[in-house]
Design a protein around this ligand. Structure first.
Ligand code: ZN
Length: 888
């Protein structure tokens, strides 16, 4: 292209920056003013001009540019004749009169901005210091908000080194990716000079300025690790610190690659939109995900370990080797998710964490059953839609297909490949095929051919299996909740296990149909092939077939009637592993929601889980009970009590075994299971549990140290209090608000918030929602309230959302937190009328940052509407439910 033909218009509406220049090094100085909530800064960017140009185009947003100049390698200075901001495309266009030649130079920009209140870019947080509320400053750049802090080439592939300097109040701590080189005191202000970083992406740059104490430890090879906490609270960071140190050692060994930086800091901040952020060398956490104290339940402790190992893993997977573009985000998130389980299993083998991983798989399957799902590798057209891709497809489906692939290739080959991948691509950027290349080389398997169907298109298969004349017949088709099917085929690693002879078989299903003669599997050791037929009658008693052994595959299975009945018996006879029991239940539930099997069949299967005691299976069972109870209240209002009675009956076995107080010598899983089962019973309205909960709550209100309310029971008890609250009886509600206000523990505070909106009385739900938008609740914490709005309060919540939409955006910003409002307030509905109403409301509003979330939420409403119609047509359901309720 001729230089003269270039015009500003060509840069608009592009998803990526033009490649005229590439940055090599940033020298960035920042000076936040914490009382005025503003900042000023200057950046010198060393560039290589790789295409002669009159324009330099980089990213900037909500910044005011003061001065700009470009100095070339001959020390000639060029000042742009025009500086154009395009806030729609989030770019800054510098127009020069004369074309810049192919050479290196330094771009210098001075600028200023506002420390915003929306937990993105360079933002303001608050903390309490001796009863006084004070300001701090934090950054959160992923995905595309570095540009809100300083002008930069804000794309993951444009790696550069960073030399950061900060002017901060002398009494505060300033943290960044690298260690402090030196500090210079100048009255009330100190200048902190950080060491220069290795080459890294802009989204991983970070600074934090605030008042902290820290504790320190080191890894076996001397990497210093620190946990920064609020003053006087460092004890709460001790557990996370030990997990981080252990995981650094573990990943170094696993990847055969040392941790790339001289230090790792972790800091807990009181205002943080996500869970944690893996900034290179400086992990920033939401407090609940890093701090542990006597008010932390087993479930909090486990989440802390998962989050910490995830963020530490990113230091390699993401920070050292980075995705080339957001399309390959899954390379970061799916791997960090998968390997956080691997690390947690190694640190806490008694947690049975790989069984719990099935919750991740289930979430991925659930979202990928929607028409409005997306492929793992997703095209990204606009910066503001990138955050929507941080979802169950990138994390959960991604990590589940990695597990499936590892299971197929073998652990050793997989680990060897990952360490070659780290070596080959250290400090570089990759696409999915780069990883497949390394895996193919190590394993000899054509990994891209195998995996393309899983990453390049949305959806996954359901395998229908029939048994006839010693043959198993398989058929694959896409699983979707709606009745829209594609003819797509996947390459599916099938594993199957045959009951009564302890035999298993693995094969790849590559076509739509396939048949497998299983009589050979019954051959006796002396090679007598007729034993199957001879013993067929005897075998049929204990005969069962289970596909997807251990649920390592990302697909569902639909068994024919006979096979289902045999599996049900195998569950009752305790012949199957917890993972397999989980899979059978989860698949049956999904098939039911998709109207492919009846509710009667699902309920009959659930009956087989009466003696269930495994945490993960029970947890899934309870979740399904809650979903079915909700759909029943819309589809079968006359039967909902009976449905609930039946479900209560399913949970009583484990509830009686567990009791209310920790059993002597009880492990982590016991505490987790008790919390879950009690919550389940409270939600189902089990009066004995609720009465007991109310008694124990009174004891807790009088004495916060009472042994009658162990921390792992508190969530259920708080929930029971709110289920018992109404406008005439508000005492429990008021007591909970007092507990919230007085609590020093972030875990206790979030526990209260989680239960408040579960009240059945709409007026109280409204009061709670308004409270959520008040100054008493931090913006980051609204998600806790929204997640658990009662079914009775859904209409109130929707009306409230419509009336307060502008206020919500003012408090929570227009991106990530909004996803929670949409999902949690829209999805509880179950009618086409409501879906239409939601569509109409948003038709006239700006939805760019949550368009996909909105579409998925509305689709879920329509799926339920269709499900209700199907349930209403089921004959003999009433008879079945009444029968099940009696035996409950
Ligand atoms: Zn992550």
């Amino acid at each position: 292209m001729e230089v003269e033909e270039q015009s500003i218009e060509q840069f608009k509406g592009q998803s990526r920056l033009p490649k005229f220049a590439v940055p090599k090094r940033y020298d960035l100085a920042l000076k936040p003013d914490l009382s005025a909530c503003t900042f000023s800064g200057a950046v010198q960017i060393e560039l290589s001009i790789i295409q002669s140009t009159k324009f330099l185009v980089l990213n900037a947003l909500e910044l005011v540019v003061d001065q700009v100049s470009f100095t070339n390698s001959h020390n000639q200075k060029f000042v742009p004749s025009d500086v154009v901001f395009d806030s729609e495309d989030e770019i800054l266009i510098l127009v020069f009169d004369k074309a810049l030649g192919l050479e290196d130079g330094v771009l210098w920009i001075s600028f200023s901005g506002v420390l915003n209140e929306h937990m993105r870019g360079f933002y303001k947080g608050t903390y309490m210091d001796g009863g006084v509320k004070k300001n701090m400053a934090v950054t959160q750049f992923e995905a595309v908000d570095a540009r809100r802090c300083f002008p930069c080439w804000d794309e993951p592939a444009l790696k550069a080194t960073f030399k950061i300097t900060m002017d901060v109040p002398s009494e505060l701590t300033a943290l960044s990716n690298m260690p402090v080189l030196h500090e210079k005191l100048n009255g009330q202000i100190k200048t902190v000079y950080f060491e220069e970083s290795p080459s890294m992406s802009t989204y991983l740059v970070a600074v934090v300025v605030g008042l902290f104490d820290y504790i320190e430890d080191s890894t076996a090879d001397g990497i210093k690790v620190r946990a920064y906490c609020a003053v006087g609270e460092t004890d709460k960071g001790r557990f996370a610190l030990s997990v981080a140190v252990k995981s650094l050692d573990l990943f170094k060994k696993y990847f055969s690659m040392p941790y790339p930086l001289p230090k790792l800091d972790m800091v807990a901040v009181p205002d943080f939109a996500g869970g944690a952020m893996e900034n290179y060398g400086l992990i920033v956490y939401r407090e609940t995900d890093m701090l542990l104290d006597i008010h932390s339940a087993a479930v909090n402790k486990q989440r802390l370990v998962i989050v910490t190992t995830h963020e530490v893993a990113h230091q390699w997977f993401g920070n050292l080797v980075t995705m080339e573009w957001w399309t390959y985000l899954w390379l970061n998130e799916a791997f960090a998710t998968w390997i956080s389980y691997l690390a947690t299993d190694s640190l806490f083998p008694e947690w049975e964490i790989w069984t719990q991983f099935l919750d991740e798989t289930a979430e991925g399957l659930q979202m990928d059953s929607l028409e409005s799902s997306h492929p793992i590798e997703v095209e990204v057209h606009h910066a503001r839609s990138i955050l929507e891709v941080f979802d169950a497809i990138s994390y959960e489906k991604g990590s589940a297909i990695i597990r499936m692939l590892m299971d197929y290739l073998g652990d050793d080959v997989f680990q060897k490949s990952l360490s070659s991948y780290m070596k080959n691509y250290a400090c570089k950027n990759t696409k999915t095929e780069d990883l497949w290349g390394v895996l193919s080389e190590e394993s000899g398997v054509q990994v891209n051919a195998l995996m393309d169907t899983w990453t390049k298109k949305k959806g996954y298969p359901v395998i229908s299996v029939k048994y006839e004349d010693c043959n198993l017949e398989f058929e694959q088709s896409q699983f979707v909740y709606s009745n829209m099917h594609s003819d797509d085929c996947w390459i599916v690693p099938i594993s199957l296990s045959l009951g009564s002879c302890n035999k298993s078989k693995n094969f790849l299903l590559e076509t739509k149909h396939c048949k497998l003669d299983i009589s050979g599997l019954y051959q006796s050791s002396d090679g007598n092939s007729s034993s199957f037929e001879k013993n067929q009658e005897k075998l049929s008693e204990n005969f069962w077939v289970k596909l997807n052994i251990g649920q390592t595959g990302f697909y569902r299975v639909k068994y024919d009637h006979k096979l289902t009945a045999q599996l049900k018996k195998a569950i009752e006879d305790n012949c199957l592993s917890a993972s397999d029991r989980f899979g059978i239940l989860d698949d049956m539930y999904a098939l039911c929601e998709a109207c492919q099997v009846s509710l009667s069949s699902l309920l009959s299967l659930m009956k087989a889980y009466r003696k269930e005691f495994d945490y993960t299976v029970l947890s899934r069972l309870i979740d399904i009970c809650s979903r079915v109870a909700k759909i029943s209240s819309d589809a079968l209002p006359n039967l909902v009590n009976d449905v609930e009675q039946f479900f209560i009956g399913l949970l009583l076995f484990s509830a009686e075994k567990l009791g209310w107080e920790p059993i002597q010598g009880e492990n982590h899983m016991g505490a987790m299971t008790r919390e879950r089962v009690l919550m389940g019973l409270v939600n189902l309205g089990h009066s004995r549990t609720i009465d007991e909960a109310m008694k124990r709550f009174q004891a807790y209100v009088s004495d916060r140290n009472t042994p009658l309310l162990p921390v792992d029971c508190r969530r259920a008890v708080f929930r029971a209090v709110m289920r018992n609250t109404n406008t005439c009886n508000r005492n429990g509600f008021e007591s909970l608000l007092t507990i919230y206000k007085e609590a020093q523990s972030v875990q206790e505070k979030s526990r209260v918030l989680r239960c408040l909106a579960s009240c059945p009385e709409p007026d109280i739900v409204l009061e709670v929602l308004n409270f959520t938008l008040s100054d008493e609740v931090r913006g980051q914490d609204v998600i806790y309230v929204l997640r658990e709005i009662s079914l009775e309060g859904r209409e109130t919540a929707w009306t409230w959302l419509k009336e307060n939409w502008d206020l919500i955006i003012a408090k929570c910003g227009d991106d990530m937190l909004l996803h929670y409002f949409i999902r949690n307030i829209v999805t509880p509905f179950s009618s086409h009328e409501k879906a239409d109403e939601v569509e109409a409301f948003f038709a006239t509003r700006e939805t760019a940052s949550f368009a996909m979330n909105l579409k998925q939420s509305i689709e879920q409403v329509r799926i339920k509407a269709r499900w209700i119609e199907s349930i209403k047509q089921e004959e003999s359901l009433e008879e079945l439910v009444r029968g099940l309720a009696c035996i409950g």
